[in-house]
Design a binder for this molecule. Sequence first.
Ligand code: SAM
Ligand code: SF4
Ligand code: SF4
Length: 354
Amino acid sequence: MADHRNFEVPRDYALPLQDRLQRPLRDLRISVTDRCNLRCTYCMPREVFDDNHPHLARNALLTFEEIERLARLFVSLGVNKIRLTGGEPLLRRGIERLVEKLARLQTPDGAAPEIALTTNAVLLARKAQALKDAGLNRVTVSLDGLSDATFRRMSDSDVPVSAVLAGIEAAQAAGLKPVKVNMVVKRGVNEHEIAAMAAHFRHSGIVLRFIEYMDVGSSNGWRMDDVVPAREILDRIAKSFPLQQLDANYSGEVAERWRYADGGGEIGVIASVTQAFCHACSRARLSTDGKLHNCLFASDGLDLRGPLRDGAGDGTLANLIADSWSKRDDRYSQLRHTASAGTHSKVEMFYIGG
Ligand code: SAM
Ligand code: SF4
Ligand code: SF4
């Protein structure tokens, strides 16, 4: 059994690790399952992901111990924020045990990394407290509408919105603050609920963020016409509730922050399509089966599970990660509308972690 305590940063790389565009490696998103209890049309359309869809075999998934080991290396290399995602991360049995392991990691300056989770919240009401107790810091809930009819159109499921709202309440009650809610806006499908969502979450302490529908993966039949630009979303909200822009919390923050002029709280917009933020993107993604992806739109990733299971030492694994990041020059969203973005196939979001 290798001793991971003696791991040192590979000599050739100074911290923070920087890619070719001088972007540091700060965030790690870990997809813990490729399964989901919803079938959002923009992510896992049921026509493609039906009952016959082959999910990853159990032994293809990284175990919690394997995730912990890789996460420890990422944290040693400068990552200070880990987000668990999927698929639906709460479907991974015993997820709180993984949270517990990750919450014990330490950055090179001795701090604990922030541990966050993105979830559709269908199972959150019964798990929020255990997750908090295990050391989870924050949770982001995806909710694309307030009426059952709209939610059904977006998620292609019969789950009632009340179940998601109960999950949000439980997260707040457990002290997973601030809870953020993400709404993907799709033209003609849920855009009519933008103002209702804003009204619902004002004065709640919850930060509602509107996300432009993206062309991730190859299954959702994305068209630019389906995107409601962030600017338009803000204009619509401002008609009912005047807004004032806020400064970013930190460099590289993807959401543009706004607050209600009357003190009703904060909202955000994530304009990944109309205002790409690749210049500050500090995120790496670890897929369910242990591949490292340096961009959400990458067509393939670097296999870490193979070397890990073949007995590679920490130094070797860290070198693989550092080497991959140092060669990174991805900036798909910035190039989306140019010929160089190309038509290469992209991996699905639920697999590499949204
Ligand atoms: N199942 C969890 C959930 O939905 O919160 C976590 C995984 S999901 C892939 C992560 C986030 O990606 C969600 O907030 C979802 O709305 C977002 N997402 C998925 N496909 C998207 C797309 N095509 N455009 C924009 N956001 C997308
Ligand atoms: Fe599932 Fe999340 Fe994808 Fe919706 S966005 S299908 S909840 S993984
Ligand atoms: Fe980061 Fe790639 Fe998204 Fe740009 S397109 S913000 S590089 S994940």
